[in-house]
Design a protein around this ligand. Sequence first.
Ligand code: RB5
Length: 151
Amino acid sequence: MPDGREVVPIASDHAGVHLKAALVAELERLGFEPLDLGPADEASVDYPDFAHPLAARVERGEVRRGVLLCGTGLGMSYAANRHPGVRASVAWTAEVAQLAREHNDSNVLVLPARFVTDELGREILRTWLATPFAGGRHERRVAKIDSPEPA
Ligand code: RB5
């Protein structure tokens, strides 16, 4: 973070390229340093090829959080959540994004690009970035995601 701005990596598949551009601009407007991990155009690609490099940065602690987009948000979330310590949350409303932060300490926001407008996508992003983890009883539940109690 050489100039003090938080680096926020962002990646998509072909279905999310359009909304990704809108969110890169929104991140810049908000004072973040977006790191666009691709793709650069709408040629068909495989979403895991873009989810894993971003999730690996979060897993390694290189960045605090990141943003992924695909058509439904589902494929990206499945791939990202294979990485220990990554809590990738599909959010289709600002309220879901708020709860993903407050209750689940979400560290990867996943947007369903085919089901949200650019305006809604920006609102979801702003809410997710600005909402703190609520802690308390949620600490215990989040800890159990990576360390389940024996059945
Ligand atoms: C691509 O057509 C689509 O499958 C992808 O964007 C995503 O929705 C997968 O979960």
